[in-house]
Design a protein. Structure first.
Length: 501
């Protein structure tokens, strides 16, 4: 896996697969504002990337300083990267990493991460409500169905430890540490699944061990992000799409009345000058910041939208979102109600079913193609988990090709320690970053954007006490650690950390 992190990262490909979420496209999809003579116009900030991270950074910057001159550069269409290609979840699953973080970082830091993820979910949905965004904005519960006994027991231990560490309020209904634990029989009955996974691509069936239920949400991230981007444009943000950035260099001179050196941002068509550059480039970051090669590694994810069979036995829409977790990985799933009635089921994953934990999907930025082995697995995943009766297929038949409405890929950014990189790029004055979200940007990007803008405005990390210290980028994090794949895809350790009293 370490060798995959050494593959040189390139820019976004020009012809990505169409995303299910890009219909209809935003009016901002292909807007181009700054002209070719932009080098004479000095901006306060250039933001590279128009996904949820870059957009929320712009929103926070302009809220903090309405007079700021900000331009956003996007290599392809607005929100054409991971945000517009995700699975629709706002789901933390904090228990999955809690024991690891508690062991590595201590109880207080582990709690701070779990609390930030929980807060990020609520504030994302609240912002959608505040701006009256039509983006399928739903808070709901989620269910993790576990298909491995040891993984189930590890999850139970993590939940018990998290609940022991959390406050009484956080353990209440809907709180950060509120979890319901189900036996195999209870889970199968309540959540409309078989007691085993019979996916035809598996060598043998996997037995359901139990399940965990907790609060989460679902949202159309493309509509949400492009609508927030529209608000930023109203506040003065300039947007330039279809304009890849190929190099960022510091100028040889300082700004008048300032000790800061500006930066020249070289795009395919022009050069833009700015006092500060903000990288919201996630998996593509090492292309522009080669010192982060192997620190952030691109990872291709694959998702399908599928149509249940005509005799499906579950409600429309399903009231919860789902994850299907096995020893080497997981799938993630949401229901999506259709205007004409019925629902599509959006399910992604399959990485853990591939050789070497899907190693060949790391280090690539090619979202113009599919991994056909993952396609075959995902195409049989829903009938495998729900069973032919619940999914609505006739007994004995393989899943029909027409059940798959659309399939696409997107590029995430994975880090060696599983945590994002936020703050001033080490060794620079005006380079800032918020990237490396390990496939969990929807539960990290909003609060990371808030923290980054506070840091840009001059606050120290001690003056932003709610933000996890372990999320700030520093030289130690850049230099240390060997990339071994996504930390949440590794086989979990057994046993709970001792509970501090």
């Amino acid at each position: 896996m370490e060798s995959r992190g050494r593959i040189p990262v390139g820019p976004p490909v020009a012809d990505p697969l169409p995303s299910y979420w890009h219909n209809p496209k935003s009016p901002l999809a292909n807007v181009i504002e700054p002209g070719p003579d932009s080098s004479s116009n000095v901006y306060d900030f250039v933001i590279i990337g128009s996904g949820i991270s870059g957009t929320l950074i712009a929103y926070s910057l302009l809220k903090n300083d309405p007079s700021a001159k900000v331009v956003m550069l996007e290599a392809r269409e607005a929100c054409g990267g991971a945000t517009g290609r995700n699975g629709g979840h706002t789901k933390a699953a904090s228990y999955r990493t809690y024991l690891q973080y508690r062991k590595e970082l201590g109880k207080e830091e582990a709690l701070k991460i779990a609390r930030l993820e929980y807060t990020n979910i609520f504030e994302t949905h609240q912002l959608a409500e505040k701006l009256v965004i039509d983006c399928e904005n739903h808070m709901c519960n989620t269910i993790d169905l576990i298909y491995d006994g040891e993984t189930f027991e590890c999850g139970r231990a993590a939940i018990e430890t998290l609940q022991a560490d959390a406050s009484d309020e956080e353990r209440q209904e809907g709180g950060m540490a509120c979890y319901k634990i189900y036996s195999k029989e209870e889970a199968a009955s309540k959540f409309h699944v078989d007691g085993y996974n019979s996916n035809p691509k598996l060598a043998e069936e996997e037995q359901l061990a139990g399940a965990f239920e907790y609060v989460a949400g679902r949202i159309n991230a493309y509509r949400f992000t492009t609508r927030v981007l529209k608000e930023c444009v109203k506040k003065g943000l300039k947007v330039c799409t279809n304009t890849p950035v190929h190099k960022v260099l510091p100028a040889s001179h300082t700004m008048p009345g300032s000790e800061e050196q500006p930066y020249f941002v070289y795009t395919q068509y022009n050069t833009i000058q700015a006092q500060s550059v903000i990288y919201a480039t996630n998996g593509y970051t090492p292309y522009l910041l080669p010192q982060l090669q192997g620190v952030i590694v691109p990872l291709r994810g694959q998702i399908t939208a599928q149509q249940p069979g005509p005799h499906a036995k579950f409600p429309v829409p399903l009231p919860t979102t789902y994850s299907f977790i096995y020893r080497s990985g997981y799938e993630y799933m949401i229901p999506r109600t259709l205007p004409e009635g019925g629902q599509h089921i959006v399910i992604g994953g399959g990485l853990g079913r591939e050789p070497q934990a899907g190693a060949e999907e790391y280090g690539t930025v090619d979202d113009s193609s599919l991994n056909h082995s993952i396609s075959r697995y995902l195409n049989g995943s829903l009938v495998g988990y729900f069973g032919t009766r619940n999914w609505g297929e006739d007994e004995g038949q393989q899943p029909k090709d027409e059940r798959v409405v659309q399939e696409w890929t997107g590029i995430m950014g994975a880090t060696a320690d599983g945590r994002p990189l936020v703050g001033r790029v080490p060794g620079t004055k005006g380079n800032w970053i918020s990237a490396g979200f390990n496939g969990h940007g929807m539960v990290l990007c909003l609060k990371s954007a808030n923290a980054l803008v506070q840091a840009i405005s001059g606050k120290s990390s001690e003056e932003i006490p709610w933000f996890p210290h372990s999320f700030w980028i520093n030289e130690d994090r850049v230099q240390s650690g060997t990339f071994g794949g996504r930390t949440d895809m590794r086989v979990p350790e057994t046993g709970a950390a001792p509970v501090e009293t």
